[in-house]
Ligand binder design. Structure first.
Ligand code: SAT
Ligand code: MN
Length: 597
């Protein structure tokens, strides 16, 4: 069997790359697929795979009049989000993975997962999916190859990455590619593992069919393996959107912003400024991941390694994100939303009336007024970035964009004020390191509890979190023109649990202040946490229907809240042990001194 598979892998292969051929043959010998198909990324291939996915029930075609080129996919109800407790970093030493990751010894992990992969593709097709993370030919771009038995994964990878022949051509005969192996197995949560082997540039994912667990270019390569490579090679792989904001004078400022999953990165990256901001323009470079490295001119340059968006659907509408609505109007895959009787999709928070009847995300009849959600809270769209009406022309530039500001934003119903600027890079790294956020439906587990989520990377950092923070501090030396660092919180609530700040387009007001600060245009007010907008020459609140007390509440700094915040931060730093960077411990002491002073 093994030699037949090896022969099959080589015979039809559109490459002579010996390392790639040998690896595919070896994986095929283990998983024993009936067929091996090398994906070329062509239109014809897309059509063939789509037809097949419709035939086998993986995809449901939507109404071609209202949603041309769109399909609905329902995942197994036990498989609707990332599984952080089943995600492992497999480094030779446990300390290299650090206290915030699950760890398995590499040989033990390979052995354990080999037993699951053994023969798991019998009766199935193994797709060989070559893909590029980043614009083709770019110096920052990385190549991966994912082997998968899921046509859904192939169709998603086709949207999310530059997939197929072009990626294979870029790889040539090199052995520098990420080796990704995925099988949906029998979608059993007891046999589900997402294992990363940073030293081998390898990812093995078994037993899931859900986004972040199986689209291996995304969180697995672009963040977990990427962050490891970034430290080795002197760059940063971050869970950040990238946007360009252009003023009426035509001055464009590029900004990268980290927020945890399902906290509005896509909305922020596609934002339409409010009417008071005529002449201002926001353009999207990326909505989830930024790879940033120092450029020849001393600035920090960012690329978006992805080619599509895997965004949260519920809450998306023409008010919250008109550009996303346009983006998902065609050629989009929907996962776990509801189906309307006329073949369109529906979700909680969509514009218009709630339909009387639907088929819910699990394929069951649903009636208006039901207490059950029709769409899963973590239902997603996969859409090509080329659909985005405000896509930046720079999204395809291999050089990327020079970053002037970095924003860290958690989801906090209290404590953290609307916006502040760090005193300097080290203080900014401290702000990122001490980010906390209330958990969302993007990962399985309890929703709404505050957890420390440094730089929104807690689930995505592929090595020791202490080393990661030290790497951020060290990067300072190789970036002569450092971006300014900011912290924001759109999610502060009033006594009744209502969001105080309107968010969405009105976040432009905060963004303008950030741009003005970066360009050195507005004076500022010093507080013990950092610099904040001044009352007189601060945020532009023209046209904002919000009482002064609400602004006051959204921007307030309460010392008692900060005292408990500091305790919670202490628990996090203690976890890092001796790897807690000294510079951050000093920042902590300074803050305590300011609070106690
Ligand atoms: O499931 S994904 O990891 O792709 C999305 C997210 O959780 O941010
Ligand atoms: Mn994300």
């Amino acid at each position: 069997m093994a030699s037949t598979q090896a022969a099959a892998a080589t015979e039809q292969a559109p490459t002579k790359n010996p390392t790639l051929l040998a690896w595919v043959a070896k994986m095929a010998a283990m998983t024993q697929p009936d067929r091996i198909v090398w994906c070329d990324g062509s239109e014809a291939e897309k059509q063939r795979l789509t037809e097949q996915a419709v035939k086998d029930g993986t995809l449901i075609p939507l109404n071609p009049k209202t949603r041309p080129g769109c399909y609905l996919h329902r995942s197994n109800p036990n498989d609707v989000a990332r599984v952080e407790h089943l995600t492992f970093i497999c480094t030779p030493n446990k300390t290299d993975a650090g206290p915030t990751n699950n760890w398995m010894e590499p040989e033990a992990a390979y052995t354990k997962l080999s037993q699951l992969f053994e023969g798991c593709m019998k009766g199935r097709t193994m797709y060989v999916v070559p893909y590029a993370m980043g614009p083709l030919g770019g110096a920052s771009t990385k190549i991966g190859v994912e082997l998968t038995d899921s046509d859904y994964v192939v169709l998603n990878m086709r949207i999310m990455t530059r997939m197929g022949k072009a990626a294979l051509d870029m790889l040539g005969d090199s052995d520098d590619f990420n080796r990704g192996l995925h099988s949906t197995g029998d979608v059993n949560p007891d046999r589900r593992y997402i294992c990363h082997f940073p030293q081998d540039n390898t990812i093995w994912s078994f037993g899931s069919g859900y986004g972040g667990n199986v689209l291996l270019g995304k969180k697995c390569l672009a963040l977990r393996i990427g962050s490891y490579l970034g430290r080795e090679e002197g760059w940063l792989a971050e869970h950040m959107l990238i946007l360009g904001v252009t003023s009426p004078k035509g001055e464009t400022t590029y900004i990268a912003a980290a927020f945890p999953s399902a906290c509005g990165k896509t909305n922020f990256a596609m934002m339409i400024p409010p009417k008071e901001y005529a002449g201002w323009k926001i353009e999207t470079v990326g909505d989830d991941i930024a790879w940033m490295r120092p450029g020849p001119d001393g600035r920090l340059y960012a690329i978006n390694p992805e080619a599509g968006y895997f965004g949260v659907v519920p809450g998306t509408n023409y008010k919250t994100n008109p550009n996303a609505m346009e983006t998902i109007s065609k050629d989009t895959l929907f996962t776990n939303v509801a189906l309307t009787p006329d073949g369109d999709v529906w979700w909680e928070g969509k514009d218009g009336e709630v339909p009387e009847e639907l088929i819910d995300w699990q394929g069951k009849p649903w009636k208006k007024g039901s207490t059950e959600k029709a769409a899963h809270p973590n239902s997603r769209f996969t859409a090509p970035m080329s659909n985005n009406p405000v896509l930046s022309a720079k999204a395809n530039d291999p050089m990327g964009v020079p970053i002037s500001a970095i924003i860290f934003g958690g989801r906090r119903s209290n404590t953290v004020p609307l916006v502040l600027q760090a005193f300097n890079w080290t203080h900014g790294v401290f702000l990122g390191a001490t980010m906390g956020s209330e958990t969302t439906a993007a990962a399985t587990g309890k929703v709404g509890v505050v957890r420390r989520d440094p730089m929104a990377m807690l689930p995505f950092c592929g090595y020791h979190m202490g080393d990661y923070l030290q790497h951020w501090l060290d990067m300072q030396k190789s970036i002569p023109q450092l971006p300014k660092i900011f912290q924001v919180n759109w999610f502060r609530q009033d006594k009744n649990g209502k969001f105080i700040w309107p968010g969405f387009g009105d976040n432009m007001r905060v963004l303008e202040w950030i741009v003005n600060r970066v360009q050195g245009r507005v004076p500022t007010q010093e507080t013990l946490l950092g610099w904040v907008p001044r009352q007189d020459q601060g945020l532009n609140l023209n046209g904002l229907d919000l009482p002064a007390e609400a602004i006051q509440e959204a921007t307030s700094i309460k010392e008692d809240e900060w005292k408990s915040e500091l305790k919670s931060q202490e628990v996090f730093f203690e976890q890092l042990g001796t790897k807690a960077p000294e510079a951050l411990m000093l920042q902590r002491k300074l803050l305590i001194a300011r609070l106690d002073g």
